[in-house]
Design a protein around this ligand. Sequence first.
Ligand code: ADP
Ligand code: MG
Length: 484
Amino acid sequence: MSGEAMNITTEAVLNEWGQICSQLKQEVGEKAFDSWLKPLSVSSFSSGVMNISVPTRFMRNWVITNYSDRIHKIWEKKNPNIKSINFIVQAANEEVVSGVHNSSCRSLLKRIYSSPAPANVYHSGANSLPTEASYVTFTDTNRSLSVPLNPQYTFDNFVVGKSNEFAYAAARKVAESDDVPFNPLFLYSGVGLGKTHLMHAIAWHIKQRDPSKNIVYLSAEKFMFKFVRALRYKDMAAFKEQFRSVDVLMVDDVQFMSGKDTTQEEFFYTFNSLIEEGRQIIISADKSPSDLEGIESRLRSRLGCGLVADIHPSDFELRIGILQAKARHLGCELPSKVAEFLAQKITSNTRELEGALRRIVAHVQLLPGKEITLENTQEVLKDMLRSYDRRITIDEIQRKVAEHFSISVKEMQSSRRARTVARPRQIAMYLAKLLTLRSLPEIGRKFDRDHTTVMHAVRKVEELVQEDRGVAESVESLRRSLEI
Ligand code: ADP
Ligand code: MG
C-alpha cells in the first residue's frame, strides 16, 4: 500500500472513531464516557481487524464487558469491512515515530508498522468467553517479573488424548512432586496445541499446593525485554536479584531468543544457577531442543538435558472432546453433528478450533431463542471455513481415496502389495504431493513408507494418468472432490 493510500485509510478510520465516540458519549453520558471510553484510542487496523488500545488491563476488562458489543455494532454499521475489534492493553506513554506529517495519525501509523499485537487481545467478534477478562496475577513479589496466568488454563480444563498424554503426564508430575523430578521440563509443539495451557496449569497446581512458592511465568520475549532494559539502565544487579528467589521458572516460546546472543547468554546463566540450586525450570518452544535454530549449542544441550515432551497435532476424537468441554464451559449444548463437522474441518490447531466455537456461540447467544445447528454454523463460519477448505490434509486424501476404491485407510497404510490396495495407495500419495505442501518424507510417514516409495508412486501415477483412462478419471474426480 502506498504511503498516500495508507494515510487516506487511516484518516478515514480516525474519523469514524471520532464519530463513534460522539455517538457513545450521547448514549452513555459524559461521566461514563470520560471514565471509560475517552482513554481508548485506535491503534491499528488490517484485514478487517481493528485494534483499539486501552491503558490498563482493568479498563480493558470493563470496556469488554460493558461497551465492546455496542462499539462493534456502531462501527460495523459505518464500515462493513470491520469484522472484529481487539482491545489491547497498551501504555499511553509510548513514543511515536518521527517524520510523519499528520500528527493525529502518528501513533496509529507507528503501531501499524510496529511489532505484532500482544497475545492478550480480546476479540469482540467472539465475546462471552470469560478467559482473559478474568486474568489474575500472583503475589506482589513477582508481579513485575511474572505475567498474569489465565485461570481457565488448569489441568481440569485440559482434555487429554493420545497426542498430548505424555506432555500432560510430565506436566502433572512436575506439578505434583515435592522434589524436582526432571529439570528442565521442555515442552514443544506447533502453535495452539496446549503448551501455554499446560504451563499455566502447572503454576496453578503448585500454587494451590503451596501458596508460598514463588512461581514466575514469562515469555522469552518478556525475558529479553527485561534483560535489554536492565542493560540499558545499567540495572543488571536488580535484574539478577529478581530471579534469585524464584522457586519455579517458566519461560514460554524460547524460539524467540533465536539469534539474540547476549540474551541467550544471560538466560543460560540464570538457567544454570537456578538448576544448580534445585529450582524447577519449565520451558516451551515450537521445536525440540536439538532442532532450535539460532540457539547456541551449549544452551540447546542444556535445554534438552531434562525431560523433553512433545504434543502432536490432535486427532479427531480429541478435537471432539475439546469442543465439547469448551462448549460446556460456555454454557452451551453443542450438537454432535456440529462438533463432528468442526472437528473434521478445523484440524490445524486447537486455538483455531476454539475460535470457531466462540464465534458460533457468540452468534447464537446474541439472538435469543436461537440454537446451534449445522446450518447456522456453516453460515457463521463461511469465510473461515472457505480458507480451511483450501488446506487439504493427507488424512483427508487417504480417507477419500480409500472410500473411492472401497478399501479401508488401514489397508492403505498396511504393507499389502496387492494391486487393489497398492494402486489406491499410490494415487493417494500422488494426490498428497499434488495438493498439499508436505515433503516426500512427511507424506511417506503418513503411509508408513519412506520417501523413495512416495517418489516412485508419484512417477507411476503420472505415467498411468497418460496411459490409462480409468486411472485418469479416478484421479481427476478425486482431485475435484478434494478441492471443493
Ligand atoms: P500453544 O501455547 O501450544 O500455542 P495454547 O496453550 O495457547 O497453545 O492453546 C491454545 C488454545 O487451545 C488455548 O485456549 C487452550 O486452552 C486450548 N487447548 C489446547 N489444547 C487443549 C486441550 N488438550 N484441552 C483443552 N484446551 C486445549
Ligand atoms: Mg503458547
